[in-house]
Design a protein around this ligand. Structure first.
Ligand SMILES: [Zn+2]
Length: 200
């Protein structure tokens, strides 16, 4: 005997979400189909609403309810500085700092041969077209400081050089996170912090 097919199907769908294994996915499926059907209906409606109303900004690929997102539409922001981020979650994390008033470009991922993601799967061509327009004077690379983020940064930097696009580039500083202890940091983190040091 096993779980009804409907629960198994639902469980399988949940297990394809990031970070959810087969046991947890079946637990969620059972919870939604039996214990909390009201929540299941609300989720169903919310998903339908998101699918019907959310689009990608045609300029920067941020999530939006219009063809152009609120950030690209904001004329008070600086058009000459663009920060490249992996996804919209990273974009809004930067926005929360309140310290950046330029524009963004959402890559929709990073180059990852292991996961079959190449440059053509990302919005790199769109970024290069934006730079070619000539308004952008500085590109800030705000990708995660790991192998995939670093190789994506390098790839885009090479593309900019190959196309002779005259734009200044910078990358977010790597190093010791605020509130942490030096003794617990990896030597790579400490080494990055040393290289990124600034004068007091
Ligand atoms: Zn936009």
């Amino acid at each position: 005997m096993s779980l009804p097919k409907e629960i198994q199907n639902l469980g399988e769908l949940f297990s394809s979400l990031p970070g959810i294994g087969p046991k947890l996915s079946n637990k969620i499926a059972l919870y939604m189909a039996v214990s909390n059907r009201k929540l299941a209906s609300s989720i169903d409606l919310a998903i339908q609403s998101a699918l019907n109303n959310i689009v990608k900004c045609e300029i920067c690929r941020n999530v939006s309810t219009d063809g152009v997102c609120e950030i690209c539409e904001d004329t008070n922001r600086d058009d000459s500085i663009v920060m490249i981020v992996e996804n919209s979650l990273d974009l809004y994390a930067i926005e929360e700092t309140g310290d950046f008033s330029g524009k963004y470009h959402v890559l929709e991922g990073v180059i990852s041969p292991v996961n079959g993601i190449g440059p053509d799967d990302l919005s790199i061509d769109l970024l290069l077209s934006r730079v070619k327009e000539g308004k952008i004077k500085e590109l800030i690379f705000g990708l995660n400081p790991n192998l995939e983020g670093d190789s994506t940064t390098l790839y885009i930097k090479n593309e900019l050089e190959n196309l002779n696009l005259d734009v200044q580039t910078s990358v977010l500083a790597k190093g010791i996170p605020t509130g942490s202890n030096i003794e617990f940091m990896s030597s790579q983190t400490l080494s990055d912090s040393l290289k990124s040091r600034k004068s007091l």
